[in-house]
Design a protein around this ligand. Structure first.
Ligand SMILES: *Cc1c(COP(=O)(O)O)cnc(C)c1O
Length: 349
C-alpha cells in the first residue's frame, strides 16, 4: 500500500467505533461499582428496556459476539440429532467456523439456495420432505438472517410465509439479527412486527454493528426455549463478569433511540453509495441494496487498484464481488471519495 494512502474503512459495520450514546452510558456505568455476572442494575434496566421495545415479556441474555449468540441459541432450539435449515450464504454456515454444530453437539445445517440471499417456504419444504427416514438429521429449526448477508430484506409477508411453513412441519424459527436494526429502519416496521408477531422464537440482536463496543442480545420470545440458557452461556465462556459494561451501552442505544437513528443513517449512506454507483458504467450492483450493504461487481484489476488506494472491503462475503458496508458514522464525503476513485479507475481501465 502506498504510504500516501491511509486505510479507508468500508469493509464492515464493525470497523466503525463506538457511537456517542453508547459511550456516554458506558462512562455512566463506570461511576460506581455494582454486582457482577449480570446481577447489576444496568443489566436489569437494559433487559426491561428490551421488553418495552418489543412490547413482549421476552427473556434477554447478553453475550460478547454474534457467533456465540447464534451458536448457543440454535443449540437451545435443537437436539444433536436435529438439523437447522438455512440459506447457503448464511453466516452460520459460512462464517462461524462450525460454531453452531459444535455448540449443539452435532446438529447439522441443511442449506437451501434462494434468490437475494433469502430462504423461501418452498426451499424449506424441499429440505424437510427430501427424506423422512431415520438416517436423515431431523429438521427442527429454520434460521433466517434479517437483513440478509447480501443486504436484502425479508418483508413481513415473507416472514409470515416462512412461519406458516415452519408451523406445517413443527419447526422453530431463529433470526440472525446482525443487522436487525437496519431491517426495522428500512422496512419502517416495529421490532415486534419483525419478530414475535411473525412467529420468531429467538432473535440474535447485534449491538456491535449498530454502534456498541461489543455485545449482542439474545432475545427469546419463546421463553420455554430459554431454559438453562444462562448455564449454556457460562459453559461457553460467554458470561461476562462485568456484564454491566455490555448492558449499559445497550441501554444507551435503546433509551436514546440511537439504535434506530444509527441504522437509518447507515441505510441512507448505502443508498447514497448505490445511487452513485449506478451512474458509473462498468460497475454492476449485484443485489438490491435494501439495508446498509452494497455489493458491486468490478473487474479484478480495479479491485486491486482500490486496495492500493487504501480501501478496505471484503470479496469473500455473500456471493463474491466487492462488499461495502455503511455504519452509523459513515459520511457522504467518504463515499464521494470512493465513487471518485472507482470512476477514475474505470476511466483509466
Ligand atoms: C457480523 C455477523 C454476525 C456476527 O459475527 P461475530 O463476528 O461473531 O460477532 C452474525 N451474522 C451475520 C449475518 C453477520 O454479518
Amino acid at each position: 500500500m502506498p504510504s500516501d494512502c491511509s486505510p479507508r474503512f468500508l469493509a464492515s459495520d464493525n470497523t466503525s467505533g463506538v457511537c456517542p450514546e453508547a459511550l456516554e452510558y458506558l462512562i455512566a456505568a463506570n461511576q460506581s461499582d455494582d454486582l457482577a455476572y449480570g446481577n447489576d442494575a444496568w443489566t436489569q434496566r437494559a433487559s426491561d428496556r428490551f421488553r418495552t421495545l418489543f412490547d413482549y415479556d421476552c427473556d434477554v441474555f447478553f453475550v460478547f459476539n454474534g457467533t456465540a449468540a447464534n451458536s448457543l441459541s440454535l443449540a437451545s432450539l435443537s437436539q444433536s440429532y436435529h438439523s437447522v435449515i438455512c440459506h447457503e450464504l448464511a453466516h452460520i454456515e459460512t462464517d462461524e467456523c462450525g460454531g453452531p454444530e459444535f455448540f449443539s453437539n452435532g446438529s447439522k445445517l441443511l442449506t437451501a439456495s434462494g434468490e437475494h440471499g433469502k430462504l423461501t417456504p418452498d426451499g424449506i419444504e424441499r429440505l424437510v420432505t427430501k427424506r423422512s427416514d431415520i438416517h436423515y438429521p431431523k429438521p427442527r429449526v429454520v434460521s433466517i438472517t434479517q437483513a440478509t448477508e447480501v443486504g436484502t430484506l425479508y418483508t413481513r409477508e415473507e416472514l409470515l410465509g416462512i412461519r406458516a411453513m415452519a408451523d406445517k412441519y413443527d419447526l422453530r424459527l431463529h433470526m440472525d439479527g446482525a443487522r436487525f436494526a437496519n431491517a426495522c429502519a428500512a422496512l419502517e416496521a416495529s421490532p415486534a412486527e419483525l419478530t414475535w408477531q411473525a412467529g420468531v422464537d429467538v432473535l440474535c440482536f447485534s449491538g456491535t454493528k449498530n454502534g456498541l463496543p461489543m455485545g449482542e442480545a439474545v432475545v427469546f420470545f419463546n421463553r420455554d426455549m430459554a431454559e438453562d440458557f444462562d448455564y449454556r452461556c457460562k459453559q461457553a465462556g460467554q458470561l461476562a463478569s462485568k456484564m454491566r459494561f455490555i448492558a449499559a451501552p445497550w441501554l444507551g442505544l435503546l433509551e436514546t433511540g440511537a439504535w434506530l437513528d444509527n441504522a437509518r443513517h447507515a441505510n441512507a449512506m448505502a443508498r447514497y453509495l448505490a445511487e452513485g454507483l449506478t451512474t458509473l458504467p462498468g460497475a454492476r450492483l449485484m443485489f438490491p441494496p435494501q439495508a446498509n450493504s452494497v455489493f458491486v461487481e468490478l473487474p479484478p484489476d480495479m479491485l486491486a487498484r482500490l486496495r492500493e488506494l487504501g480501501w478496505t472491503f471484503y470479496t469473500f462475503i455473500g456471493a463474491g464481488g466487492a462488499r461495502f458496508v455503511c455504519a452509523w458514522n459513515t459520511s457522504t464525503e467518504l463515499l464521494d471519495e470512493l465513487l471518485t476513485d472507482i470512476r477514475t479507475a474505470l476511466e483509466a481501465g
